[in-house]
Design a protein around this ligand. Structure first.
Ligand code: AHR
Length: 517
């Protein structure tokens, strides 16, 4: 009996859920900013099999491809409506020399990938192949220039090579390499993580370098690319945002911010992607929702600097690296950052997207790390096989949010707790799509209890509701090459509309997207 009571007490201490009903008020009467479709961007670095094998297999591969790009992956990315792809890095960008990746493939320079796995980089995927990728999937291009080991001249000449129209030697070279009309560069970033792998710089030093580089990035492309400065690291650091905001001399349309979700407070403490405990489930979720506070801090800083400078144009916050970072899959090259992707990652994705929608006025772009086979990927491949991860499914379910108008939402929710950590049980966001529908994204962070959700929608007529749900029976449910469809979305018929009020039971560990017309 004593043992039984002790066991009950231990369970109560470990798990504390206050699964109170959640009540939402969606303000269609107070529309907010547009959710830039670039919030749904992707990051594809020259890392592991993120590019080589994952998307680029070469023209002579037995894997069906179009000009070397695998058809199955292209079709999946097209279906996802990927709006933007960031390339070539990451840390890789600050050692990338664009000339290595142009011209006949058999004559391209090979180099060691010093950042990622120490493998030889054949450079068969370069500028032309990258633009073929974005054009095949219908996305825009975010190109990250090399500040760490490059020069303003190298970055300026790359821009001229890509976008030039005049009869110059560089433009003639591009044409000779098979591309007559200019490529379109949507975003041109100056360096990456300049506080770390990009050069271990102080913010003051980088701010000067940024201004120097940006001054010379001249192009006739209209509109000109968004000029992006490399900003702060994960966590509470704000020195780069602060110093960059106060020292804007050249055009600076955005500042980046990186925040990865790891297990603990320290970067070194990483979780396994599958087979984890409930303690680690909640630790990861509690860490991921810290994104809200980080964006808030940077937003306030940027607003204060803009007000001080009397500037009318906002500088955007570009969260161009985010997502989970776990221990690498056993048996893989640790430098390839290969990890499985579970329903926990799906909830991480939805919770972050909900946060980005909330800050739509400041967060103009994000790119999750990374598209294929690396970190919190959309797609995993194994030779000719391909699978879609739970994170892919969330991005697919959330497609209607791209370019929709964010709607303020008041969320009153119970909590889910375990082992002394507590998080809000329900994460939510809402928007109005261009064709007048109201779309609501919901995630239940509690792996045990459903959440009873009711929502009032102020300022909109409600007629019908339909939805999709992604959920699973275990905390680490995932898709594998033997069971590639174990976790996939299905129709959700559990939402009811009565007297303009929405009600539903949100299953444990689930993501639901509803469309109301
Ligand atoms: O996404 C992997 C790496 O994480 C990127 O190359 C770097 O910018 C960050 O540290």
């Amino acid at each position: 009996m004593k043992t039984y009571l002790a066991a009950c007490a231990a369970v109560l201490l470990a798990s504390s859920a206050f699964a109170a009903p959640a009540s939402l008020t969606i303000h269609a009467d107070k529309p907010g900013a547009t959710i830039n479709k670039y919030v749904y961007g992707q990051f594809s670095e020259m890392l592991g099999s993120g590019v080589y094998g994952g998307i680029w297999v070469g023209e002579n591969s037995p894997i069906p491809n179009t000009r070397g790009l695998r058809n199955d992956v292209i079709a999946a990315l097209k279906e996802l409506h990927v709006p933007l792809v960031r390339w070539p890095g990451g840390c890789y960008a600050d050692e990338y020399h664009w000339r290595d990746g142009i011209g006949p493939k058999d004559k391209r320079t090979t180099r060691l990938n010093t950042n990622w796995g120490g493998v030889v980089d054949p450079n068969t995927f370069g500028t032309h192949e990258f633009f073929d990728l974005v054009e095949q999937i219908g996305a825009d291009a975010y190109v990250n220039a090399n500040v760490g080991t490059g020069s303003p001249q190298e970055a300026a000449q790359w821009l001229e090579y890509m976008t030039g129209t005049a009869d110059t030697t560089l433009v003639k070279e591009r044409k000779a390499n098979g591309r007559d009309k200019p490529f379109k560069v949507a975003i041109y970033a100056m360096g990456n993580e300049t506080w770390g792998c990009g050069g271990n710089m102080r913010a003051e030093y980088y701010a000067d370098l940024y201004n120097q580089y940006a001054t010379f990035m001249k192009t006739t492309q209209n509109p000109a690319p968004i000029m992006l400065a490399s900003g702060d690291r994960s966590g509470d650091a704000t020195d780069f945002t602060k110093v960059l905001m106060e020292n804007r001399r050249a055009r600076m349309d955005g500042i980046s911010l990186h925040y990865y979700t790891v297990l603990g407070d320290k970067w070194e403490i990483k979780d396994a992607a599958v087979g984890f405990s409930e303690e680690n489930w909640i630790k990861v979720l509690a860490n991921t929702v810290k994104m809200d506070g980080y964006i808030k801090t940077h937003d306030e800083l940027m607003t204060a600097a803009e007000e001080k400078a009397g500037s009318t144009k906002k500088v955007g916050l570009y969260i161009d690296e985010w997502g989970t970072w776990y221990k690498p899959e056993p048996g893989t090259n640790p430098g390839f950052l290969v990890q499985q992707n579970t329903i926990r990652d799906a909830i991480v994705a939805a919770a972050n997207l909900n946060i980005f929608h909330k800050y739509a006025a400041r967060v103009e772009m994000t790119s999750i790390a990374q598209t294929i086979n690396v970190l919190q990927a959309m797609i995993l491949t194994d030779g000719p096989k391909m699978l879609l991860t739970p994170t892919y499914h969330v991005f697919h379910m959330y497609k209607p949010f791209q370019d929709a108008t964010s709607l303020p939402i008041d969320v009153k929710t119970g909590t889910y707790g375990y082992g002394g950590i507590t998080v809000a049980q329900v994460s939510a966001s809402a928007a109005k799509t261009k064709d007048g529908a109201i779309v609501i994204g919901l995630a239940n962070l509690d792996p045990h209890n459903a959440a009873q959700v009711s929502a009032a929608i102020a300022g909109a007529k409600t007629g019908t509701v339909k939805g999709e749900v992604l959920t699973a029976a275990t905390m680490d449910a995932h898709n594998s090459f033997t069971a590639p469809n174990a976790v996939h979305p299905v129709a959700f018929n559990g939402a009811k509309l009565a007297n303009g009020k929405l009600s539903l039971s949100l299953p444990p560990e689930s993501v639901v997207v509803l469309t109301i017309r």
